[in-house]
Write a protein that binds this ligand. Sequence first.
Ligand code: A3D
Length: 320
Amino acid sequence: MARPKIALIGAGQIGGTLAHLAALKELGDIVLFDISEGTPEGKALDIAESGPSEGFDAAMSGTQSYEDIAGADVCIVTAGVPRKPGMSRDDLLGINLKVMKSVGEGIRDHAPDAFVICITNPLDAMVWALREFSGLPHEKVCGMAGVLDSARFRHFLSTEFNVSMRDVTAFVLGGHGDTMVPLARYSTVGGIPLPDLVEMGWTTQDKLDAIVQRTRDGGAEIVGLLKTGSAFYAPATSAIEMAEAFLKDQKRVLPCAAYVDGAYGLDGFYVGVPTVIGAGGVEKVVNINMNKDEQAMFDKSVDAVKGLVAACKEIDPSLA
Ligand code: A3D
């Protein structure tokens, strides 16, 4: 049986890391696409040359031609520009919307059967625009944010409780931005919900609140430290988790920016929700119960996403 084909659209910091991880995990043959001549070819060759030591079997190539992504099973999109210190994700909207148009049309014409994972920011608006430009079925186009945001939450929690990250689960809903909603009630250490851990005296509400805020600011913290770009190791790892769930039909329950039509009182929006990812793409949107406060935070986050989608429609009237 032929190996799956993975097309990485954008061969920058995240794109290169995605290629390396996909090769190490032998998820398939990899094509790196980028408009910057030499970058995808150079990264593909460099990673291929790590193969003999690492012992993986994966073909690796770089290209500036969409024809080379033909028949891809998975496309992961990082094309565009990242944040610099002082910029919000939303500042990227105008530039990255144009990029989504060319990428969406490239995927539509050459890889219409792919499962597409968008990472380009501002995520919830860009994944919506990418779907519109590509015309692919909604369940085959989603955005990576929730896996990363909850991984950050889990990392901070495991440090606070001094326990293995494997025993910490975390739940983050809503848009990928300052309004994201880390849900303490659905996040656990060894199956014990966080509010119970406060009652048990294992941590305090103040410490928990600080961790929630640090999770919301997780991207900006890395941008502030790196100064020349944004996070890439953890974002790439998160997207690979989603791609693997699709390729191996794992039916993983993962939060992602999915098309929500009906659930959560929404009609036709991309926003961060828990989903089941398997061979069908986003096979299910899990509709959880929220209390009044959680619902209010979620609604605020959805409003922020709606504002960004409206801005996309103003910039490009073909989307209206
Ligand atoms: P970077 O290293 O700059 O890579 C972006 C690549 O896109 C560059 O190599 C560009 O040449 C390429 N590119 C630009 N325009 C096009 C085009 N039209 N077609 C093909 N390639 C193009 O950035 P990065 O890899 O650090 O980040 C990529 C994106 O991911 C940015 O928008 C970030 O803001 C975003 N990001 C999202 C998250 C989420 O959690 C959602 C996290 C971190 C970064």
